[in-house]
Ligand binder design. Structure first.
Ligand code: PMP
Length: 357
């Protein structure tokens, strides 16, 4: 072993050595339906407004560490009452990490359900926190009894529930989530990454529970490239978390562009509406294909099961369509496809039919 390799092996924590880095596949020239991005560009008039906004941006200076105007626009969007605020993150991934760092006392646990967003478990590992994963039921609903039992026995400091869930797409029962929040002595974060495509939110419940925060991202709403997420809730929580936020985590350009886009939130919501309609059509098309079992979704993607997912995934890739192949336990032979434009969805369905035959 080289000297450098032995230094690396000695110095890097064993659980990090054992990790596989989050894999982002090469998508050059592909129809990209693997990462829940919004397929639509902005109208030209809005692009022009953004160009004018950023033309004079002071990129020679560090960004405003507390962009009050941007935060106020988000507060208004959510109709947050006094005493509540928002904390901005470089995508919500960063906020998950920040939350884990904040509560990670020796022996502390992070609980989530499985399958769910893989970053909850990965970040628990990054920060050296105990991870508790409670399996979902066969239909991907919450197993309330098992979750409450795990909360009692493990006393997790931090719980993440994605609402809608990724990669399954369903909304958990709101009453189950309320029971989990009420039973938990830890902080519960309802992750609403896909809020724009769903019909419910926990924002109105923020005032009811002292241990609830809602996390959102703009990534799925047409701003994945900006990297902007936020936590909403009581300033008592946010003031403490603020101490861990790196001072310049959201750049000058993302701040300006997000502000502009929030002034035209209706444009993005219009695109989300279109995606919801296309999701319904795609669901119908997938349901009609023999050998495909598709699950209901309140997000901008659909989970479906086939007889041999790796083979179908490879067939799609060969035909220029990139989706996500899932594996393990309840996700064996499951694939996840992002809802694209109608033309992309058509190409996907045609490629899928060919790959299945
Ligand atoms: N939460 C959930 C449930 C997600 O699916 C994702 C992205 N796949 C994120 C958070 C992270 O989003 P971002 O870091 O882009 O804000």
């Amino acid at each position: 072993m080289s000297q450098a390799a032995s230094l690396v092996n000695n110095l890097i924590r064993p659980e990090i050595l054992a990790l596989t880095a989050y894999h982002v596949p090469d998508c050059t020239g592909m129809i990209k339906l693997d990462a829940m991005e919004n397929p639509y560009l902005l109208p030209q008039w809005l692009k022009d407004e953004i160009a004018a906004t950023v033309a004079d941006a002071r990129i020679n200076l560090y960004p405003d560490p507390n962009p009050a105007l941007l935060k106020e626009k988000i507060r208004q969007l959510l109709a947050l009452p006094d005493g509540m605020g928002v904390l901005l993150g470089n995508g919500s991934d960063e906020l998950i990490q920040l939350l884990a760092m904040a509560v990670n006392k020796p022996g502390a646990a992070l609980l989530s359900v499985e399958p769910s967003f893989v970053m909850y478990k990965m970040i628990a590992t990054f920060v050296g926190m105990r991870y508790v994963g409670v399996p979902l039921g066969d239909d991907f609903s919450l197993d309330l009894t098992a979750t409450l039992a795990a909360i009692r026995s493990e006393q997790p400091e931090l719980i993440f529930l994605a609402y809608p869930n990724n990669p399954t797409g369903n909304l958990f029962s709101a009453s189950d989530i309320r029971q989990i929040i009420a039973a938990s002595t830890g902080l519960v974060v309802v992750d609403e990454a896909y809020y724009a495509f769903a019909c419910d939110s926990f924002v109105p419940h923020l005032t009811c529970y002292p241990n609830l925060l809602v996390m959102r991202t703009f990534s799925k709403l047409g701003m994945a490239g900006l990297r902007l997420g936020f936590l909403a809730g009581s300033s008592l929580w946010l003031d403490q978390l603020e101490k861990l936020r790196l001072p310049y985590n959201v750049g000058v350009l993302p701040q300006l562009v997000a502000q502009k886009l929030l002034d035209h939130h209706d444009v993005l919501l219009g695109q989300a509406d279109q995606i919801r309609k296309d999701r319904a059509a795609l669901y119908q098309q997938l349901s009609a294909i023999a050998g495909v079992q598709v699950y209901p979704s309140e997000a901008n993607f659909l989970l479906f099961r086939v007889a041999n997912a790796p083979l179908v995934f490879a067939g799609l890739k060969q035909r220029g369509v990139l989706i996500k192949c899932l594996s393990g336990g309840q996700l064996t032979d499951c694939l996840r496809v992002t809802v694209g434009t109608p033309a992309e969805n058509e190409r996907f369905i045609a490629a899928l039919q060919e790959s299945l035959s």
